[in-house]
Design a protein around this ligand. Structure first.
Ligand SMILES: Nc1nc2c(c(=O)[nH]1)N[C@H]1C(S)=C(S)[C@@H](COP(=O)(O)OP(=O)(O)OC[C@H]3O[C@@H](n4cnc5c(=O)[nH]c(N)nc54)[C@H](O)[C@@H]3O)O[C@H]1N2
Ligand SMILES: Nc1nc2c(c(=O)[nH]1)N[C@H]1C(S)=C(S)[C@@H](COP(=O)(O)OP(=O)(O)OC[C@H]3O[C@@H](n4cnc5c(=O)[nH]c(N)nc54)[C@H](O)[C@@H]3O)O[C@H]1N2
Ligand code: SF4
Ligand SMILES: [Mo]
Length: 684
């Protein structure tokens, strides 16, 4: 069969590679060998031909003149952006010569990989790179920046990343979107909910910001940041008190219900109201609604997981469906991440056995701090599929670290990102459309094979190819570092012990393109908690130093700045991806700071005022939007914006790099700031 690359004119299948729960099926329309249009694949079982505006415009990103076409070598100062093209041979030789010296003088742990999921393909994101850095014996990276805290918290209760099949939620009667801006970040869950609403379903949104999603809710519940655990405990209090719990389900499928019932006595709605800012009557109303509506789905978002207490909040909220027995109801339960259903053979793909000695592990949320550490310093960074100069917390520390003269930095990306500006060597990366890979969705339970639809842009190379080249140049002989992409996929799908993926083979996947995990509604029978049941009381948590029962823990008390600052993502960028595209910037207009009218009045700030936002970590300048979008004492921004001349819009200059309560997770949304007016911008 002709490869899709060779099809000059026609429509070929693809899948979205971005870090987004929807993982849409795509159709790539080609003319004269080039992509002219990207549309949704109507045959995809859940995304059904609808895709977001971002990816409809993906062709522009693929052929953007700003794409890096050849390897580059820095000739100016770090951060200045002066590079000259070099050959791949020179690039690989420069990197490996430097690394060989470092290994000899300071040991391989002086080298650190830094990556995230700029491309969700499993080979690209966590395949050959893992093999390579294990074999190299470099320091390891703990990839905690997204949902680490919540994943650990969720697992204490549920034993892993297993939840409701979103395809079953068409009949759901109550959607609670909790800390998720789903209109922007999970559009197909909204499509399903909108259909269900026509049949009488209700949509409740619990958020610190009345954004796109809050505005479309039947009921928007504003809450103070980081207090959701208390709200969940208040709901439990009422559910038990008013006997709205499913005692049969609790007895059969959970441990600790009796302990929990006693424990939640203390979370009286009055107290919960004081903590959360949610009126007592509303707490009762929500508890009764939740206790009497079926099926009900809680969609748990990342907003909760970017707080100091994000692990405990998630652990607590996900106890709720068990209290009302919703896990046995089709379309009932909760979804945070369903990645457990598509767990493949990670050992076979990543080959951790190639690592001969144990090395240190660095939490990616503390990359700035790590780069400024003078004892056993990091001397070389290899950054791929991520843009830490913009996305990592304590951005000023990150940039100070990246600017170190004695740090040898390689960046592999499609663009000269803010991070790449600090590189010694830049390597051009292929886009996902140019690669072979396989994708496992963390929302809708489908696995997709991807075959390249166009050839590599310029001289760009895929992640797997770059690591094969580096391994060869370093003289690593292991076959595992030579395997091609097809072999990597076959290995990842070999000896699967996952009960939800029976009989999956590469051949089947190639034939069918996407395959759904089966029997997922039966996951209560496979719970991987120590007791094999849903753990309302967790001995494991106690052993790990947490309260064994769901408990409200407040945010870390920071310096005495008046506002909690919640800088989330926006609609038209994907983290910092697309923030360098004119069309997307135009749609977003400018970075704003949402502020309550009361707070604005006190400070003489009006709509459109440019403000300075600052704390001990740094400052930035945004334009204020005044209203009732947020509660007093809270300010919210949206979007991880690119550097622009004369603008200070790096929100992560303000965010803390301390680890959340679980999993070393990020605490982007738990920092405090002050705000003052510096001028009026008439464009708003
Ligand atoms: N368009 C678009 N889509 C994306 C992304 C993007 O950048 N743009 N990023 C992708 C990635 S990597 C991820 S992880 C997801 C993230 O997408 P989501 O899961 O939606 O997470 P966030 O947008 O970070 O935050 C969600 C909501 O939580 C609210 N929030 C913050 N703190 C609290 C709190 O304490 N309590 C409550 N109840 N709400 C709170 C915020 O106001 C926000 O509305 O989206 C993915 N999809
Ligand atoms: N203030 C604040 N900060 C945040 C967040 C927030 O809500 N608020 N969200 C956090 C979250 S949830 C996440 S997940 C992180 C995301 O942070 P990142 O993972 O850094 O995501 P992006 O900014 O999208 O950068 C991905 C980069 O990978 C590149 N890329 C794409 N495909 C490939 C490929 O195949 N190979 C190579 N080598 N490169 C490729 C892209 O061009 C892009 O530059 O940001 C975090 N930072
Ligand atoms: S970013 Fe999300 S919604 Fe947009 S096409 Fe990709 S998977 Fe679909
Ligand atoms: Mo994320």
């Amino acid at each position: 069969m002709k490869s899709y690359i060779d099809i000059e004119n026609g429509v070929v299948p693809s899948v979205c590679s971005l870090d987004c729960p929807d993982q849409c099926g795509l159709l790539i329309h080609k003319e004269e060998g080039k992509i002219v249009k990207v549309t949704g694949d109507p045959d995809h079982p859940i995304t059904k031909g609808n895709i977001c505006n971002k990816v409809r415009n993906m062709g522009e990103r693929i052929y953007d003149q700003k794409r890096v076409k050849t390897p580059l070598k820095r000739v100016g100062e770090k951060g200045e952006g002066k590079f000259v093209p070099i050959s791949w041979d020179e690039a690989i030789d420069t990197i490996t010569t430097k690394w060989n010296n470092l290994i000899e003088e300071e040991g391989p742990e002086s080298i650190l990989p830094y990556s995230f999921y700029g491309n969700m393909g499993n080979l690209s994101a966590e395949g050959m790179d893992r093999r390579f850095f294990s074999r190299l014996g470099s320091s390891q990276l703990d990839r905690t920046i997204c949902s680490a805290a919540g994943s650990v918290g969720y697992s204490y209760t549920m034993g892993g990343s297993f939840g409701t099949d979103p395809e079953d939620t068409t009949e759901t009667k109550l959607f609670i979107l909790w800390g998720i801006n789903a209109v922007s970040t999970n559009m197909h869950q909204i499509t399903i909910a909108q259909k269900a609403r026509k049949n009488g379903a209700k949509m409740v949104v619990i958020d610190v910001h009345k954004n796109q999603t809050g505005r479309m809710a039947d009921w928007f519940i504003p809450i103070f940041p980081g207090t959701d655990g208390a709200l969940a405990l208040g709901l439990m209090h009422i559910l038990y008190k008013e006997n709205l719990v499913d005692r049969k389900f609790l007895a059969e499928y959970t441990v600790g219900s009796d302990e929990l019932e006693k424990h939640i006595e203390q979370y009286h709605p009055q107290m919960v109201s004081e903590i959360t800012g949610v009126p007592v009557d509303d707490i009762y109303k929500l508890a009764r609604m939740y206790g009497t509506t079926s099926p009900s789905l809680i969609r748990i978002g990342n907003g909760l997981q970017h707080h100091d207490n994000g692990g405990m909040i998630t652990r607590t909220i996900v106890c709720l469906p068990a209290l009302v027995g919703q896990w046995l109801v089709k379309g009932g339960g909760a979804v945070k991440s369903n990645s457990g259903f598509l767990e493949f053979n990670k050992q076979a793909l990543q080959r951790p056995d190639l690592q001969k000695t144990k090395t240190r592990t660095i939490n990616m949320n503390q990359i700035g701090k790590a780069l400024l550490e003078t004892k056993d310093p990091i001397r070389s960074l290899f950054i791929y599929s991520s843009n830490p100069a913009v996305v990592a917390p304590e951005a000023n520390k990150v940039r100070e670290g990246l600017a170190r003269q004695d740090l040898f930095t390689v960046v592999h990306d499609l663009f000269l990102t803010e991070t790449a500006m600090y590189a010694d060597i830049v390597l051009p990366a292929t886009s996902a459309f140019e690669n072979t890979d396989f994708y496992t969705c963390y929302w809708h339970n489908h696995i997709h094979l991807h075959e390249p639809v166009i050839g590599p842009y310029g001289e760009s190379k895929s992640n797997t190819e770059v690591f094969r080249l580096l391994a060869k140049a370093l003289g690593f002989e292991e076959q595992a570092l030579k395997d091609n992409d097809e072999e990597l996929i076959k290995q990842a799908l070999s000896d699967l012990s996952n009960p939800f993926l029976p009989d999956l083979t590469y051949e089947k996947l190639k034939e069918q393109r996407y395959i759904k995990a089966s029997n997922t509604n039966n996951f209560l029978n496979y719970l991987n908690t120590p007791s094999g049941k849903i753990e309302l009381y967790s001995k494991k948590m106690e052993q790990d130093g947490y309260s064994p029962l769901p408990t409200y823990t407040p945010l870390v008390e920071e310096e005495d700045y008046p506002f909690l600052f919640v800088p989330g993502p926006n609609h038209n960028f994907l983290n910092s991806t697309f923030s360098n595209n004119e069309k997307h910037i135009k749609l977003e207009k400018e970075p704003k700071l949402f502020m309550n009218q009361q707070d604005a009045d006190l400070r003489g700030i009006e709509n459109g005022t440019t403000v300075r936002i600052w704390n001990d970590r740094g400052e930035c300048e945004l334009t204020v939007s005044v209203g009732d979008h947020v509660l007093p004492g809270v300010v919210v921004s949206q979007g991880l914006w690119s550097d622009m001349p004369g603008k200070k819009q790096l929100v992560n200059a303000l965010t803390p790099d301390r680890a959340a309560d679980m999993g070393g997770g990020a605490a982007f949304f738990s920092g405090r700031v002050d705000v003052e007016a510096i001028g009026k911008d008439s464009t708003v």
